[in-house]
Design a protein around this ligand. Structure first.
Ligand SMILES: Nc1ncnc2c1ncn2[C@@H]1O[C@H](COP(=O)(O)OP(=O)(O)OP(=O)(O)O)[C@@H](O)[C@H]1O
Length: 281
């Protein structure tokens, strides 16, 4: 599809103090598409995300263009002001005030985003919390963030991000700090909140197995450059760049032994995470 809709990043170059960190990075996220941005530590994932969200500091020199639905956006914008974009980050602890009840910190934000009164904001948030997998949203809303697990906090952050009804959800390593079961729940929540007819997803990770489980397309970064991009199954089946070849081999090697049953929950998670890699064999 080339109708100009969605998020279109072209030729992104980022440098600081004369040192080039990103080189001609470009990709497109269509409405409702789930795209993984994959790369090792230091490959440039965070800089790319900050540029997309308009949050790079003034010390960075930025080149290239970013268009959303055909409209060019500036490289810097106040936090949370990117039209049509919302984000969740790895550190859900930092995103929430640990000592303030969730209803007291979330509902005013939801009321602002949805331009509604308090009662309606409560209903909207309860519905969103159900969508990200909480069966008892009222109890969650009465809790303090410090009473929740990291995975639960991450799903609360996701529900809050979805309150903005974003066209594009940017999820920056949201599962990295989580155990396997919590990771699985966050991935399922992301799957429910995004996809055709819903928000598009840019899922940033260094974990190919998780990316393969969730995303239809992948963009691989290595040392500040896009080294591979395309449909996930095609890239898994026949990776071209040396870096991607190594990544696919490592993911397969890492997952097969771990898929040995060690308990009902762990087995379920591992099998389904391994499945997209196996399917592409
Ligand atoms: N403020 C800065 N000054 C100088 N170099 C920087 C700065 N911020 C990032 N870099 C460099 O840019 C490169 C890309 O960093 P970036 O944080 O985007 O990587 P990443 O892929 O997100 O890594 P990780 O997975 O570890 O978060 C790295 O080599 C990093 O050292």
């Amino acid at each position: 599809m080339s109708d100009g809709t969605g998020t279109d990043l072209r030729d992104l170059g980022v440098s600081v103090a004369g040192q080039s960190l990103l080189h001609h990075v470009g990709f497109r996220v269509q409405p409702g598409q789930r795209v993984a941005l994959l790369g090792a530590s230091g490959s440039g994932k965070s800089l790319t995300v900050l540029a997309l969200l308009g949050l790079l500091g003034p010390q960075f020199r930025v080149q290239g263009t970013l268009r959303v639905d055909g409209c060019e956006l500036p490289w810097r914008q106040a936090p949370g002001r990117r039209p049509g974009m919302a984000a969740v980050f790895q550190d859900s602890q930092a995103a929430l005030n640990p000592v303030v009840r969730l209803d007291r910190q979330l509902l005013p934000a939801v009321a602002r985003r949805r331009r509604t009164g308090a009662a309606e904001a409560g209903q909207v948030m309860a519905e969103l919390l159900r969508e990200v997998g909480f069966e008892d949203p009222e109890r969650i809303l009465r809790a303090h963030p410090s009473q929740l697990s990291g995975g639960q906090r991450q799903r609360v952050c996701l529900a809050l991000a979805m309150a903005a009804s974003p066209d594009l959800l940017v999820a920056d390593e949201p599962t990295t700090a989580l155990d396997m079961i919590s990771q699985r729940q966050v991935v399922e929540a992301l799957r429910r909140c995004t996809g055709p007819g819903r928000s598009a997803l840019l899922f940033i990770t260094h974990d190919l197995a998780v990316a393969a489980d969730l995303c239809d397309d992948v963009v691989v970064l290595d040392r500040g450059r896009v080294v591979e991009a395309g449909p996930m199954q095609q890239v898994l089946r026949s990776p071209r760049a040396a870096f991607t070849v190594a990544l696919v081999a490592a993911a397969r090697a890492g997952l097969r032994p771990a898929a040995t049953p060690v308990g009902p929950d762990a087995r379920t998670g591992l099998e389904s995470v391994a499945a997209p890699l196996d399917a592409a064999s």
